[in-house]
Design a protein around this ligand. Structure first.
Ligand code: GYE
Length: 324
């Protein structure tokens, strides 16, 4: 235990005292490669945590399985890394392994999805998107869109294609749309099922919903990839996505922008920023210098549509600044 006695878990202050400049070893327990968002997130870490920037990155892809992430974290502990970064696949079930990291005095930083732990001293900080706000933004846009198309008082049947159940990105976005449905007596939740945040599963689930539900007005796809799958399923059923069925997605990646601007198959996409590499590096830099960081750090995010209604920005205006 004496090994890291220049380090405290409260501040994480680390190598700052050593004469020669050592690389800081960072183990990143990544969720998987399920979506465009995830690929951009992985790239952001690989681009940031380079040797040239003073880091050695040990990257692990857990293939969307918590047990694999727990194994990866244990491996990082065994290798005595300087920091462990986790993008937790689900919110719960992390106490034991985080306690193991704490016992070895290895600071843990969370990024992207959140954890629900009984003792929040088990991690130093979290940085990511505000998923409940994202869900509520999608609702605000839908209200404005229905209003602008004269449908504010019509019966509106809504499908919620959910992300990985128990992931904080799913929990927040689902809560947002469910609140919206409860607040409008003419909005009806006609189907709610997970598409695991993947295009293939999103398509498969949407195909079966289209067979069992007669009238669908809106699909709330909890990421772009499932939105793409849903658009394909809607086309295959002889309907026009974006016209016959309103499509709202989350992430606002390049392809979603293209659809909103060009073929109209998505009506609105709510931003979720994946470029967390530099944000986590900033946290580590501060900790290395003996400083303290805000425990919870939300990234500011927008939403985009064709015409700029309901608080959305026009996608065409924002396009030149987009980085993913
Ligand atoms: O929206 C989805 C990805 O956790 C915010 O995970 C992330 C979500 C993102 O698979 O595309």
């Amino acid at each position: 235990c004496a090994k890291k006695d220049n380090q405290t878990t409260a501040t994480g202050a680390g190598n700052s005292g050593s004469a020669e400049k050592k690389l800081i070893t960072v183990g990143y327990a990544q969720v998987g490669a399920e979506s465009d968002w995830r690929l951009a997130n992985t790239q952001s870490f690989k681009d940031t945590f380079t040797e040239a920037n003073g880091y050695k990155l040990i990257f692990d892809d857990a293939q969307q399985k918590q047990e694999n992430q727990i194994k990866a974290i244990r491996n990082f502990i065994q290798q005595d890394v300087d920091y462990i970064v986790v993008a937790p696949v689900v919110e719960t079930g992390w106490e034991t392994v985080l306690q193991e990291a704490k016992d070895q005095r290895i600071p843990v930083v969370l990024s992207d999805r959140q954890m629900k732990v009984s003792d929040d001293s088990l991690y130093l900080a979290w940085v990511g998107g505000n998923f409940l706000k994202e869900g509520r933004d999608g609702v605000k846009w839908l209200e404005a869109y229905l209003e602008s198309t004269g449908r504010a008082n019509d019966q509106i049947n809504i499908v919620d294609l959910q992300g990985t159940i128990g992931a904080s990105a799913q929990v927040g976005r689902t809560k947002g749309i469910v609140e919206g449905i409860e607040a409008h007596s003419n909005w009806n939740l006609v189907a709610q099922q997970t598409g695991e945040f993947t295009q293939a599963k999103g398509q498969e689930v949407m195909e079966s919903i289209l067979k069992s539900v007669d009238k669908i007005d809106v699909v709330f796809a909890e990421n772009d990839d499932m939105g793409r799958g849903a658009a394909d399923a809607i086309k295959a059923a002889g309907k026009v996505p974006g016209k016959d069925i309103i499509l709202i997605t989350f992430d606002a990646g390049k392809d979603a922008f293209d659809r909103v601007i060009n073929d109209g198959t998505f009506n609105c996409t709510v931003e979720c920023n994946p470029l967390h590499g530099p944000r986590v590096a900033e946290i580590i830099k501060t900790l290395e210098a003996g400083g303290t960081v805000d425990k919870i750090q939300y990234v500011v995010e927008e939403m985009f549509d064709k015409d700029g209604i309901g608080g959305a920005r026009k996608a065409a205006d924002a396009l030149p600044e987009r980085k993913y």
